[in-house]
Design a protein around this ligand. Sequence first.
Ligand SMILES: Nc1ncnc2c1ncn2[C@@H]1O[C@H](COP(=O)(O)OP(=O)(O)OP(=O)(O)O)[C@@H](O)[C@H]1O
Length: 856
Amino acid sequence: MDISPERSLSENGGYDSSNEAHADDVNIQSLVEWLNHALPHLNMPLDASEEELRAYLIDGTVLCSILNKFCPGLVEMRGSSEPGPENIRKFLAAMDELALPRFVLADIQEGYMEPVLQCLVTLKTHIEFNGGKESIREHLRRRWNLPKMEFSEGIYNSQVDTMTYGENSSIYGEERQRDSFDNKYGSASAALVHDVVHNLSEMFQQKQGSYADLSDSNILELMKSNGLDNTSTRTLFSLVNRILEESIERKNGHVHHMAHIVKKVMQVIEQRVSTQAVNLKDQNNLYKVRLGKCQSRIKVLETLAAGTTEEIRVLLSQLQQIKIEKTKIEEKKKLEEQELLRTKQEKIQSDIENSTLKHELEIAKTTHEEHCLLLQVQAEETKVELEKKLKELECFLAESMKRVKELESFSESKSQRWKSKEGSYRSFIDYQSRDLKELRAAADSVKHEILKAKRSYAEEFNFLGVKLKGLADAAANYHSVLAENRRLYNEVQDLKGNIRVYCRIRPFLPGQSKKRTTVEYIGENGELVISNPSKQGKDSHRLFKLNKVFGPAATQEEVFLDTQPLIRSVLDGYNVCIFAYGQTGSGKTYTMSGPNMTSQEDWGVNYRALHDLFQISQNRKSSISYEVGVQMVEIYNEQVRDLLSSDGPHRRLGIWSTTQPNGLAVPDASMHAVTSTADVLELMRIGLMNRAVGATALNERSSRSHSVLTIHVYGMDLETGAVLRGNLHLVDLAGSERVDRSEATGERLREAQHINKSLSALGDVIFSLAQKSQHVPYRNSKLTQVLQSSLGGQAKTLMFVQLNPDVDSYSETISTLKFAERVSGVELGAAKSNKEGRNIRELMEQVENLFIHQYL
Ligand SMILES: Nc1ncnc2c1ncn2[C@@H]1O[C@H](COP(=O)(O)OP(=O)(O)OP(=O)(O)O)[C@@H](O)[C@H]1O
């Protein structure tokens, strides 16, 4: 966009900061065109940028040349080798001379082209405005009405000034009439001015031409209108000097005129100074704006610097990263090199292997070829063989064909036979179908029968229902019947006697077969005749009567049969005591325990009793719940010891004097709950191990103590809740032989004495009970105290009297039998006196058997 001088310049020739046009607004192209036109040698591109233009202008040559173009010799340029700033300064001075706005040197040096371009635009406008292609000098000459003359360098200004104040006085005279000064002083003043000017002119001339060119007419011309405004300051100062010098020299009365002129000049100077001040102010503002821009640029640059620092930091970190990666790549490269080396080695190795394989392949190939040859030979041989076989097969085929023909003829005969068989089968099938028909008829009749049976079944079912109802009613009374049975059964037992004495005669042991026996006769009803071989006559035989006598041939089972009923009494709440009495070696242990536990056939009374006990309790479990506990004690030298104690049989136990409700006579003895015969057998095994056994002269296994195994039974009737308590004492007594026979002395003698004493006490107690005496001497021995609950009252006692049949044991046999007779004699005596008693006893046994069968 073109900028007109009115817009771009202030009235005083400076820049108007408020209307400051930007360089962008300046049409650089028109400026370039203008410069190219004025200075064709420039040949500047029309689309030159601001920066390119600056490059042309920077050394000031172009600027000075443009001025000289229009005003030749206006600016004295230095050579092109001279530095640019000097030419620019000259250009700027010339612009000052022309009173045109200009830029400052720093603008073009720093690339601040806006004022530079404005200056050029102004200059261009000024030149165009003042006559187009006319030179400035012409313009000035005409403006100041100066004669055409050559300008010489250095005196240009003074010449212009001289010309200005020279010939063209007529203009001055014309203009003078419009001046206020002229209005005040009239024509007189004009004469005076003329004088002054004249004088001044002279004065100038006298001053060796210093001011000679400042003629009066020129001064008048200057004084006209605003002629001073366009006069340079230097001229003005010259004018003032001249006036002052002249006034001093002349000292005439034209002081007032002079003062007026001076005043006028001073006003112009003041105005110019103020204009300069405004310009300076504007420039100051301009500088401030520039400063602000510079500061913003500095900030931008600082920001850029900060950004650059950050970028440097990032770049450094990237560089570090790159270094690390480089190191990694180098390591990788090393590894790859190693790998390459390894691969090369492997390749060498594989080459070696390849060559080896090739060699092997060659060998294999050779071998294969040989093998092929061999196979070919074999194939040839095989072919020959096959051909041979083929011939054989052909022969075989011919034979087979022959056989086929034979078979065909055979099959034909067979088929004829089959046909005849078919006929016979057909007749058989006809026969079968007839049978089938008969069977169907029979099935119908069976069906009929089944229907009939079904009907009768329904009837029977009803009948059974009625019966079942009866049974249910009977079952309701079952418990009461059971209780009644129990009662009756034990009454029968009571009638049979609460103390029973069975005698068992031991057979001779192997090696004793040639010995003579003392047993003469064994009766069926307990009679026993013992013969004394040393005596003759009547005294040689003695008759004993016991409940029953078992001969040497009696088995364990037969012996137990008479014991069995008592076991049921235990489960019914009665106390039972079974023991064997006899001399050492007479078979007590055999009868009570048996020789061998493992064989059920050899089981003694103890094991069989226990077996029955648990069997019956199992059978009754629907009506009575039983709990069974076991104690086992030993009575040795009148001291009671626990045979089942975990500490061993060392501790002496106390005995309760009276029978306790729970049936425990030795409460401190350990009680062991058992649920089966095996449990009890195990406890007995432990007890027997703990039992003190010592060798004697008569029997190496002779017991020197009594052992008492007590089985406590606690039963509860599930229907009524009634409690039953019973206990079974199984006693293995110590040997009853005479002390003198045992040849015992010392400790053994004392043991024998205790044994005899306790056995004697047992006899006394049983005798007293049988006599129904007021006093029963239980306290005479530990044995009777322990067995107190099973001796007397409703308790049942069974004693096995064991006899050794050897004549050498005659006296022991007799004493044993006397003991037995004493125990059971009263009852037997009573029964003997009453013939019916025998019949009653037999009857009781029958009833007992009857109950046993019902009971179980
Ligand atoms: N009925 C019998 N049949 C066969 N042998 C028997 C019979 N009774 C006992 N014996 C045998 O006689 C020997 C002595 O028997 P056992 O040990 O039972 O006598 P004991 O009276 O218990 O003696 P101790 O008082 O010393 O214990 C044993 O060898 C035993 O096997």
